[in-house]
Design a binder for this molecule. Structure first.
Ligand SMILES: NC(=O)c1ccc[n+]([C@@H]2O[C@H](COP(=O)([O-])OP(=O)(O)OC[C@H]3O[C@@H](n4cnc5c(N)ncnc54)[C@H](O)[C@@H]3O)[C@@H](O)[C@H]2O)c1
Ligand SMILES: [Zn+2]
Length: 358
């Protein structure tokens, strides 16, 4: 199968290219090599490469020639610097997706796997002893400043127990990036209906592993900790460190994309199906920092009480649908994955990672 991988020079995309090639498929990469994602020139993928923006309709039209399916990874990621980034996020992620889907409709390419995200859920799933499943609203700055990090029951103010989020949980994006990721799914669903397409959104949880971008405002938390340790400094953990996340290894995410690309043709036409993509092994951010510090032989994490508005407290996935319907199994356990990440490091021009490169 010939697969157009947008964002295929990025962290996750480059692992997808490797996984697709290993399964006998033919990836074609389209990537704009955004400076925010690639402060230094990245190694180019070991695949046919088109240096272009997904917002460029002509480039997308020619890249789609002979393509059976599209794996859409290109996006601006992370929380960004401030609200001034909003137009660029919406441009790359939503206008870009709209241009891609319009060209797919023209070209009759009807299979799409989208890089979704758990950020569409906002706060995860919580249970109140008196009120059952509840959805706490955004946390208030004054609570966070006072060290009250746990969301409370919106009905009675009681402490809540976090649970696993399923795909039918209501969506509630809490920042610009999350909003653009949710809009991508709605665009994909509209395209599927209008163009008899079949779409899958893999809602990745916190992806980590070799080739992860360095600690730019657009990077993930494991990157910040890894970079601090590389400088001989302690990882600085926000809030009280008890935020729960599902850290899923990038090779497992790449495998989920391969499985989804192979299965998408057999799914119901005209629909988009979302699948949580997590390891099923929730950990706190402090545990993650400690695992990296131990593996690096570096200083123990420092819990700072700082916070970022727009961060959610706990969000962990129930990935049973992806396991049961598509037969995917995550293979990298937390302890071994973090130890390997601590050794393997992040993406720079001097530290090439990517398809065909160790
Ligand atoms: N890393 C995570 O933990 C995580 C979690 C959930 C979802 N995701 C999603 O996974 C996908 C890949 O993320 P990543 O972590 O590999 O990020 P990344 O920044 O390493 O890769 C993204 C790639 O897309 C390219 N790109 C961005 N905008 C583009 C545009 N307009 N045209 C062409 N190319 C463009 C960039 O140059 C980059 O190479 C994104 O869609 C992201 O939203 C990532
Ligand atoms: Zn209650």
């Amino acid at each position: 199968m010939r697969v157009l991988v947008t964002g295929g020079a990025g962290f996750i995309g480059s692992h997808i290219v490797t996984a697709l090639t290993a399964r006998g498929h033919e990836p074609v990469v389209l990537d704009a090599l955004l400076p925010a994602a690639h402060p230094a020139a990245p190694p180019l993928p070991d695949a046919e490469f088109v240096h272009a923006d997904v917002r460029d309709p002509d480039a997308v039209r020619s890249a789609l020639r002979g393509v059976d399916a599209v794996c859409h990874q290109a996006a601006m990621v992370g929380l960004g610097k401030d609200f001034a980034d909003a137009p660029e996020y919406v441009g790359c992620n939503d206008l870009g997706t709209a241009v891609l889907l319009a060209r797919m409709a023209d070209a009759g390419v009807r299979r799409l796997v989208l890089a979704g995200s758990m950020v569409v859920y906002g706060e995860g799933r919580y249970t109140c002893a008196s009120h059952g499943t509840v959805r706490p609203g955004p946390r208030r700055a004054e609570d966070l400043k006072a060290g009250r990090f746990e969301p409370r029951c919106p009905d009675c103010g009681a402490a809540l127990a976090p649970g696993l989020v399923r795909e039918d949980a209501p969506t509630d994006p809490r920042n610009v990036y999350a909003t653009t990721k949710l809009a991508q799914e709605h665009l994909a669903a509209s395209w599927a209906r209008c163009a008899e397409g079949r779409a899958v959104s893999l809602r990745y949880h916190n992806v980590y592993g070799p080739g992860m971008p360095r600690d730019t405002p657009y990077a993930g938390v494991a990157s910040f900790f890894r970079s601090a340790l590389a400088r001989g400094e302690a990882p600085r953990v926000y809030e009280d460190g008890a935020q729960r996340r599902d850290f899923v290894h990038v090779t497992d995410v790449a495998a989920a994309n391969s499985v989804a690309l192979e299965a998408v043709a057999g799914l119901a036409g005209g629909t988009m199906t979302a699948y949580n993509t997590g390891s099923g092994e929730p950990h706190t951010v402090r545990e993650m920092a400690a695992a990296l510090a131990t593996a690096c032989g570096g200083p123990a994490p420092v819990v700072t009480g700082e916070f970022r508005l727009g961060d959610v407290r706990h969000v962990t996935a129930d990935s049973a649908r992806l396991r049961d319907e598509l037969g995917w199994r995550p293979e990298v356990r937390f302890a071994e994955g973090m130890a390997e990440f601590a050794r393997a490091g992040q993406r720079t021009s001097a530290e090439p990672v990517g398809p065909g490169r160790p």
